[in-house]
Design a protein around this ligand. Structure first.
Ligand SMILES: [Zn+2]
Length: 495
C-alpha cells in the first residue's frame, strides 16, 4: 500500500505532456467508410507493411457469407456491424485477418483452409501482444479466407501436423534451423550490447537521483514485479510504443444513476492526469526507442458498486470514507476520496503507483507538508530540490514521468526486448519465439545479476561475452555435425 501524505503546498508545476489516444478508439462507430488496417489495429514488425491495406465494411457479410471478416486480393472486408464492437474485440478479428494477409503473400504449397485458420488463431494473439510473428503457411490471394463468428475452433490433429510440417519446411530442417536460431541469438545480443551501453548513463543518473531515497528505490526494485500488470497491453511498431491500460471506476455507496452522473468528470480528470504524467517524449532514452512515439492510452469504464473485482482492470475506488488517496499496486486498486476524483494531478500520480513505482518525497510531520528532495541533496540539510524542479511527479512535481523512471519501467516491462524483436528480421524473431531465447538473456535478469558486482557495467559485459561464447560453441558443433552428415552422404571416392 502506498498512502499519500497531505498535498504539498509548494508543488512545482512544469510543462505538461501530451497524450495521443489510440487510433482504434478514435474510430467513429457510425462511420463505415473504408479505412486502412493501421487505423484500427497496432501492427508490429513485418506486419507493419500491411498498414495501408484497406478494411472495407460490407453490410450482411455475417448473414450472407457466414463470416465476420474475410481477406482476399490484398484487402480485408469486415461485416459493417463490426466497427460498433469494442476496440479490443475488433482488434482480435483484424489481427486474425492480418495473419491471412501474410499467408497470402506467397502462393507456394497452398495449405488447407482449416490449417490456415488454425495458424491465424494461433498467431493473432501474439501479433496483438506485439510479438514478432510470421506465418509458415501460404495460400493464393484470390481465395477468400473467411473468419467464422463461432470463434476459434480447436484445430484437428491433421491441421496441427500440417502446421508443424510447414514450419519445418519454412525453416529448412532441424540442423539448419538450430544454426539459424543461434545466429538469431547472436544478432539479438549484438543489439542488446548497444542498448546496455546507451542505457548506462541513464541508470547512473537514476542512482544519483535516488542517493537520498535509497530505501524507496530498493523497496520499489523488490516489489515492482508484484504489481498487477494484467490491465496493461503493450504494443510496439516501427514508429510507436503504446501502453493500453484498462480502468474500472466504482463509486462506493452510489446507485448506478448517480454514479453515471459523476463518472464523466472523473473519466476526464483521469485522462488528463494520465496525459500529464505519461505524456513523455523518448528523446532522452537509448537510440533503440528514441525515434518512436510513446502513447499511454487509458480505457475507462464505470462499474456498479456491487460488481466483483476483476483483476484484468485497475480499479479506481471512489470512497467517501477515504481521506488520503491510497494505491495497492499488487491488486491494482487506487482508493480515492470524492475530492481526489476532481484532481488530475492526484490521479496521474496514483497511476505511477499502479505501475509499481514508489513515492520519493517525504512527509514533514512538523510542518504537515510533503517535502521534495529527490536528486537535490540531503533532505536534512538542503531545502532545494532538483527532483521537483524537473517536475518529477514521484516527488512533489507535476510534470511528466522522468526519463530515468520511464527507462526503469521499460526494463521492468520488457519493452526494450519487444523493440529489439520488432527490429530483428522476421525469420529470426519467429525462430526465437518458437524455439525460445536460447543463450540470450533478458535485460532485467542481466541487470539483476550485476546488481552487487563491484563494477556492474563490466559484469554485464562479461555475462554477454559468456552468452556469445556459448553460442559460438554450439554453432561450431552444429557446423561440424553438418559437415559429417554431408560427408557420410557422399558416394565413396572412385579409384
Ligand atoms: Zn504517491
Amino acid at each position: 500500500m502506498i498512502t499519500e501524505p497531505a498535498q504539498s503546498q509548494s508543488a512545482v508545476t512544469s510543462a505538461s505532456g501530451e497524450l495521443y489516444p489510440s487510433l482504434a478508439l478514435q474510430v467513429d462507430p457510425t462511420d463505415v467508410a473504408p479505412r486502412s488496417l493501421a487505423s484500427y489495429v497496432p501492427l508490429s514488425g513485418a506486419f507493419a507493411a500491411f498498414g495501408k491495406v484497406p478494411v472495407t465494411p460490407v453490410p450482411g457479410l455475417i448473414r450472407d457469407d457466414g463470416a465476420l471478416a474475410q481477406t482476399r486480393n490484398g484487402g480485408v472486408e469486415i461485416d459493417s456491424e463490426l466497427p460498433h464492437l469494442p476496440a479490443d474485440d475488433l482488434n482480435k478479428v483484424l489481427a486474425h485477418e492480418s495473419v491471412h494477409l501474410a499467408q497470402q503473400q506467397s502462393e507456394d504449397g497452398p495449405a488447407t483452409t482449416g490449417a490456415l485458420e488454425a495458424e491465424a488463431n494461433q498467431l493473432a494473439p501474439a501479433m496483438l501482444h506485439g510479438d514478432a510473428v510470421w506465418p509458415s503457411l501460404a495460400a493464393p490471394a484470390h481465395v477468400p479466407l473467411k473468419q467464422e463468428p463461432s470463434g476459434s475452433r480447436r484445430p484437428t490433429a491433421s491441421e496441427i501436423a500440417e502446421l508443424n510440417r510447414a514450419f519445418e519446411a519454412a525453416t529448412g530442417g532441424a540442423g539448419r534451423r538450430r544454426q539459424d536460431h543461434l545466429r538469431a541469438q547472436q544478432e539479438y545480443i549484438r543489439r542488446l550490447r548497444q542498448l546496455v551501453a546507451e542505457r548506462n548513463p541513464i541508470e547512473t543518473n537514476r542512482l544519483i537521483l535516488d542517493q537520498y531515497s535509497p530505501i524507496q528505490a530498493a523497496v520499489e526494485d523488490m516489489s515492482i514485479g508484484q504489481a498487477n500488470r494484467r490491465p496493461i497491453s503493450i504494443s510496439v511498431s516501427p514508429d510507436q510504443i503504446q501502453f493500453i491500460v484498462r480502468f474500472q471506476v466504482r463509486f462506493r455507496g452510489l446507485a448506478m444513476d448517480a454514479a453515471r452522473q459523476r463518472f464523466p468528470m472523473l473519466q476526464q480528470n483521469l485522462r488528463a492526469g494520465v496525459s500529464q504524467v505519461w505524456g513523455q517524449r523518448l528523446s532522452r532514452l537509448p537510440s533503440l526507442v528514441r525515434g518512436r512515439e510513446f502513447l499511454v492510452t487509458p480505457i475507462v469504464e464505470l462499474i456498479s458498486d456491487e460488481a466483483p473485482r476483476n483483476r484484468d482492470y485497475w480499479l479506481v475506488d471512489v470512497d467517501p470514507g477515504v481521506t488520503r488517496a491510497v494505491t495497492d499496486p499488487e491488486d491494482g486498486t487506487m482508493k480515492i476520496s470524492p475530492r481526489n476524483a476532481g484532481e488530475p494531478d492526484t490521479l496521474g500520480h496514483e497511476s505511477l503507483h499502479l505501475f509499481g513505482l514508489m513515492d520519493r518525497y517525504i512527509d514533514n510531520r512538523s510542518t504537515g507538508r510533503s517535502m521534495g528532495f529527490r536528486g537535490s541533496g540531503n533532505p536534512n540539510t538542503s531545502a532545494g530540490s532538483t527532483g521537483a524542479t524537473r517536475g518529477d511527479p514521484l516527488d512533489t512535481g507535476r510534470g511528466p514521468i522522468l526519463s530515468e523512471d520511464l527507462d526503469f519501467l521499460f526494463v521492468q516491462l520488457d519493452v526494450y526486448e519487444r523493440v529489439i524483436f520488432d527490429g530483428l528480421p522476421p525469420s529470426d524473431a519467429a525462430l526465437m519465439r518458437h524455439m525460445g531465447w536460447g543463450h540470450a538473456p533478458r535485460l532485467r535478469e542481466l541487470l539483476q545479476s550485476a546488481k552487487n558486482a563491484p563494477d556492474a557495467a563490466q559484469s554485464i559485459r562479461e555475462s554477454l561475452d559468456r552468452a556469445e561464447n556459448r553460442i559460438l560453441l554450439d554453432l561450431s558443433a552444429e557446423t561440424e555435425r553438418d559437415r559429417l552428415r554431408r560427408e557420410t552422404a557422399l558416394p565413396p571416392p572412385t579409384p
